[in-house]
Ligand binder design. Structure first.
Ligand code: CP
Length: 326
C-alpha cells in the first residue's frame, strides 16, 4: 500500500526520484502548464490541528493535477467530537475519497489512520512526531539553491535551531539529511528543548557529525544552512516557557556576524513575528539569504510529486501537459 508516514521509508535514490518528478511539476506549479492526471480523483484533507501551508498546498497540488478536495478542519467539525475512533473515521473516509492527508496532534496517529484503510494516507504532521512532506520540500529547496551556487548537499554544514524537542519538521529533516554523505549537523536548542535521544540515536548510525549547543552564535558559525523553528508552546507539558533564555532570536545582526554571504536561512513557518520573539526576526525579510517563501513555493511541486507517485501517475504527467491559456 503506498503511504507517506515517515521519512524512514526513503532511500537517497527514492528521494532523488521524487525530486525529479517535482522538477517535472514546476511548470504546472508556476501555472504555465496544465495536467489533469488526477481528474476524477477526490482527496480527503483531514486536519485536526491548525494549518495554513500544509492544508492549502496539499489541496492546491491535488486540484492543479485535476482532482477535487474535501476538507475537514478541527475536531469540532468531525464526528470525532462525538467520540468516533480513528479506525472508524478512516474506514468511512476510504469509502468517500481516493487519498487521505491527515494532521493530528498525537504522535503515531496518522499511521493508525493508514492501518485502517487501503487508500494512500499521507502524514501532514503527527503531533511532535514527523512532518515528512515539509522535510522533503525543505531538502528539495536546499538542493535547488545549492545547485545554483555550485554546491552539493553532501558535506554541508546545517544548523537546526530552536525547539528541536517538539519541532516535528526537524525530526524528519535531520533523518533525510542523514541519507547524504559527510553532513555536519549542529543542533542549537535552549536547555530543555534539545533533539530527542531517539532521533539522535537514529542519526548516529549514519556518516554524520553531530554537535549540540545552546550557544546560538557559536552554533550558527560557518553554517551553509540555518534552519530555524518556532518554540512549540502548545505542546509544552512540564516545561515553563518563561524559563527559557530571552535572547534566542535569529536576526540580521546575528546572521551578519555568524554566517556568510551564501548562507540559506530557512524556517518551516509559521513564525512568531512579534519583535522580541525567540524566533526568526522579520528584520531579515528583505535579505536574499532568506529562503522561507521559496520553501513555501516549493511545497506545491513536491506535494504534486508525492500524489503522482503514490497514485501511480507520475509517468503520465509529462505527456499529459498542455499550455495554460488563462
Ligand atoms: N509548515 C507548516 O506545517 O505550516 P502549517 O502549520 O501552516 O501547515
Amino acid at each position: 500500500r503506498p503511504q507517506l508516514l515517515s521519512v524512514d521509508q526513503f532511500s537517497r535514490e527514492s528521494v532523488e526520484a521524487l525530486f525529479q518528478v517535482a522538477d517535472i511539476m514546476q511548470p504546472i506549479a508556476r501555472r504555465q502548464k496544465i495536467s489533469r492526471v488526477l481528474e476524477g480523483a477526490v482527496l480527503g484533507n483531514l486536519f485536526f490541528e491548525a494549518s495554513t501551508r500544509t492544508r492549502v498546498s496539499f489541496g492546491a497540488a491535488f486540484c492543479r493535477l485535476g482532482g477535487s478536495v474535501c476538507d475537514t478542519t478541527g475536531f469540532t467539525f468531525s464526528s470525532m467530537a462525538k467520540g468516533e475512533s480513528i479506525y472508524d473515521t478512516s474506514r468511512v473516509m476510504a469509502g468517500y475519497v481516493d487519498a487521505l492527508v491527515v494532521r493530528h496532534p498525537e504522535q503515531g496517529s496518522v499511521a493508525e489512520f493508514a492501518r485502517a484503510t487501503n487508500i494512500p494516507v499521507i502524514n501532514a504532521g503527527d503531533g511532535p512526531g514527523e512532518h515528512p512532506s515539509q522535510a522533503l520540500l525543505d531538502l528539495y529547496t536546499i538542493q535547488r539553491e545549492f545547485s545554483r551556487l555550485g554546491k552539493l548537499v553532501d558535506g554541508a554544514h546545517i544548523a537546526l535551531v530552536g525547539d528541536l524537542k517538539y519541532g516535528r519538521t526537524v525530526h524528519s529533516l535531520s533523518k533525510l539529511l542523514a541519507l547524504y554523505k559527510g553532513i555536519k549537523l549542529t543542533l542549537v536548542a535552549p536547555p530543555g528543548l534539545e533533539m530527542p535521544s531517539y532521533v539522535i540515536e537514529r542519526l548516529g548510525k549514519h556518516d554524520m557529525v553531530i554537535e549540540q549547543t545552546d550557544d546560538l552564535e557559536k552554533g550558527l558559525a560557518g553554517a551553509d544552512v540555518v534552519y530555524a523553528t518556532r518554540i512549540q508552546k502548545e505542546r509544552f507539558q512540564n516545561e515553563s516557557f518563561e524559563g527559557y533564555r530571552p535572547d534566542f532570536q535569529i536576526n540580521k545582526a546575528l546572521i551578519d556576524s555568524a554566517c556568510g554571504a551564501d548562507t540559506m536561512i530557512m524556517h518551516p513557518l509559521p513564525r512568531d513575528g512579534r519583535p522580541d520573539a525567540n524566533d526568526l526576526s522579520t528584520d531579515l525579510n528583505l535579505d536574499p539569504r532568506l529562503a522561507i517563501f521559496r520553501q513555501t513555493d516549493n511545497g506545491i511541486p513536491v506535494r504534486m510529486a508525492i500524489f503522482a507517485t503514490l497514485m501511480g501517475v507520475d509517468g503520465q504527467v509529462q505527456r499529459s501537459m498542455r499550455d495554460a491559456t488563462w
